[in-house]
Design a protein around this ligand. Structure first.
Ligand code: ZN
Ligand code: ZN
Ligand code: ZN
Ligand code: ZN
Length: 495
């Protein structure tokens, strides 16, 4: 059930205009870290194309032996009895059951229709109907036709709809609207298997407008409850912005995802600035002039050098380079030597902050983390220094595109602090540094760790970030203890 805390009603006001549709503003001044909303999902759905058990949400190919229409994995004995009984009461021919089972997206439609069916959930269903599905923009697009063919026609021809409450009212328009609601409003959430993703539909979390420079943070805990909090202070009347895409992608990729998935053109400050606020996350190196970068002008779409407008790139060339680069990054994955070579090679084509280059750098940094964690490798000073350098480069970009409280920034800062502290301790133990050097280093890393921790303080405890914050706290105490020891006038330590 959608249990919404009082916060949303007190601190937020839902408005409507032509450009944004429904959106939310701050009803009063809001502090950084202040919670605006906590709610349970109204529906949990697989990503399109996936089939998940309707009880435990693990991937499965099996169906419930009773109702035969909802997927149920081998480990789950049963699922929501009300849904199962309702669907079991529907009379279907064998071939129709098979047709409905074959299309994964039928599940989404059935879950909505079941909310409509039970008297206890009809109010929820009515509220859900109010959500935006961008019906006009989606009409007769590929996704529209695909839903017609894969979901709506099989449901209509099976005779199932006519056996539901006021079945004649369930027409294509309604079903397209319902399917669109999930596409436009659902949030990506963690799936049971590691690294997997599924969708949660939240009644209120989907109301916030989008910006690639959001002033809100969304966190989803182990119970799939969503928490939305401010990442900076927001004045009363200010529009509240969530980010519906990955901030570490370039403008074209972000806008493409938003356009195809959510049906709108983002007009945020970052999207309208060809240099992406000076980060150059989509810029190419100009080979015709030293120090020149080629960016896409938003009005004309032309890729032009910032120093000389005559220096241009063809869009096909840009697309080609990026496609090949992404492929090469993918194939070099986990091989640090190939990744470093690729980084040097791409550096001649793309800006050092280009999102593909950043992805590569993150990849290398995470391999270095594994090397440093395994002391059997006896990593030398260069490995630490390489990782420190990469973390610093990643952080510089994050500071611009993710101002305020941000978990990616917190993690990168913590990684940096952690590696710097380890290197300082190693150099001290090898007597390359004296106690005063170590103390200076630890003071710096203590500040960075505290800053990283401050950014994760508002994360729910039952999330990987919440757990990370606990580890940070432990490490912070260790650093502070070491600092105390070093500050004591003790002949054993000071050499
Ligand atoms: Zn299951
Ligand atoms: Zn069943
Ligand atoms: Zn944007
Ligand atoms: Zn140039």
């Amino acid at each position: 059930m959608a249990a919404v805390t009082e916060d949303f009603a007190k601190k937020c006001e839902v408005k409507h205009n032509e450009t944004l549709g429904r959106y939310v503003v701050a009803a009063s001044n809001i502090r950084a870290g202040e919670t605006l909303l906590q709610e349970q999902p109204i529906l949990l759905l697989p990503n399109n194309g996936d089939r998940r058990c309707c009880n435990c949400h693990k991937l499965t190919t099996l169906f419930c032996g009773q109702c035969r229409l909802l997927p149920l994995c081998g480990e789950c004995a049963d699922h929501d009895g009300r849904d199962c009984r309702r669907l079991s009461a529907v009379q279907l021919q064998e071939e129709h059951v098979e047709q409905l089972q074959a299309q994964t997206e039928v599940y989404t439609a059935l879950k909505y229709l079941l909310l409509r069916e039970h008297s206890e959930t009809q109010a929820q269903y009515e509220e859900l109907l109010q959500m935006d599905s961008q019906l006009a923009l989606r009409r007769d697009t590929d996704i529209w036709r695909s839903y017609r063919e894969r979901v709506i026609t099989p449901l209509q021809s099976s005779g199932l709809l006519m056996q539901l409450r006021n079945g004649s009212e369930i027409n294509e328009e309604l079903l397209q609207h319902l399917l669109g609601i999930a596409d436009i409003n659902a949030c990506e959430i963690r799936a049971p298997e590691s690294g997997g993703a599924m969708r949660g539909l939240y009644m209120r979390a989907g109301l916030f407008a989008h910006s690639c420079m959001p002033n809100l943070v969304t966190a989803i805990d182990e119970e799939r409850r969503i928490k939305v909090y401010a990442n900076c202070s927001i004045s009363a009347g200010g529009i509240l912005y969530n980010c519906y895409t990955n901030i570490l992608l370039g403008t074209d990729e972000r806008r493409h995802i938003l356009k195809t998935g959510k049906c709108f053109d983002c007009q945020c400050a970052r999207c309208l600035d060809p240099t992406e606020l000076g980060t150059h996350m989509s810029s190419f190196v100009c080979n015709s002039c030293p120090g020149g970068y080629i960016v896409r002008q938003p009005e004309t779409g032309v890729w032009q050098c910032l120093l000389n407008a005559e220096h241009t790139l063809k869009p096909e060339f840009v697309a080609n380079v990026l496609e090949r680069a992404k492929e090469e990054v993918f194939h070099a994955r986990d091989d640090i030597y190939r990744l470093e070579l690729l980084l040097a090679k791409l550096g001649r084509l793309l800006h050092g902050n280009h999102y593909v280059v950043l992805d590569l750098k993150q990849n290398i940094a995470s391999i270095l983390r594994q090397i440093l964690q395994n002391m059997a490798h006896r990593p030398n000073r260069k490995v630490y220094e390489r990782k420190i350098r990469l973390c610093q480069e990643i952080l510089l970009v994050l500071k611009v595109v993710a101002p305020g409280l941000n978990r990616l920034k917190a993690i990168a800062l913590y990684e940096l602090a952690n590696t710097q502290a380890e290197l300082a301790r190693k150099l001290y133990s090898e007597q390359e540094h004296n106690a005063a050097d170590l103390l200076t280093e630890l003071q710096q890393t203590e500040m960075m760790t505290r800053e990283a921790l401050r950014m994760l303080l508002y994360e729910p405890i039952l999330t990987p970030e919440g757990q990370l914050a606990r580890n940070m706290l432990k490490e912070l105490k260790e650093i502070q203890n070491d600092m105390k020891v070093l500050q004591q006038p003790n002949d054993d330590v000071i050499n």
